[in-house]
Write a protein of this length. Structure first.
Length: 114
């Protein structure tokens, strides 16, 4: 009895899997016989470029705000304290170094009253 239902179960799983993939998007093509056939669209995950750019810009403005709030001497001393022994601490200290763009935006924040 199990020999008879095994091919049926495989066909049923294949049909259910195809139906599930068709629910997530399909492209329709007309064959030579005039029949319209729906094929599942290939799933290509896209990297969220916009979200990453927004995150980097927000982090930059946060860094400039902290620089404006603490002042140059305090900020530099805290970044120097951050550069410890681990690679992650050194990378964080390198990223948090005040470059001219950060100083410029921090001056704007100071003029605004931050």
């Amino acid at each position: 009895m199990s020999f008879v239902s095994n091919p049926f179960d495989r066909r049923l799983k294949r049909i259910v899997r195809r139906h599930h993939r068709l629910n997530h998007g399909a492209t329709c093509k007309v064959t030579d016989t005039g029949l319209i056939v729906a094929t599942p669209r290939i799933y290509n995950p896209k990297f969220p470029v916009k979200a990453m750019v927004k995150l980097i810009v927000c982090a930059f403005f946060f860094k400039a705000y902290i620089y404006a709030d603490l002042g140059q001497a305090e900020y530099v001393s805290r970044v120097a304290a951050l550069s410890g022994l681990s690679i992650a601490e050194k990378a964080g200290a390198w990223i948090m170094q005040p470059e001219p763009a950060t100083v410029f935006v921090a001056d704007i924040f100071k003029n605004m009253g931050a």
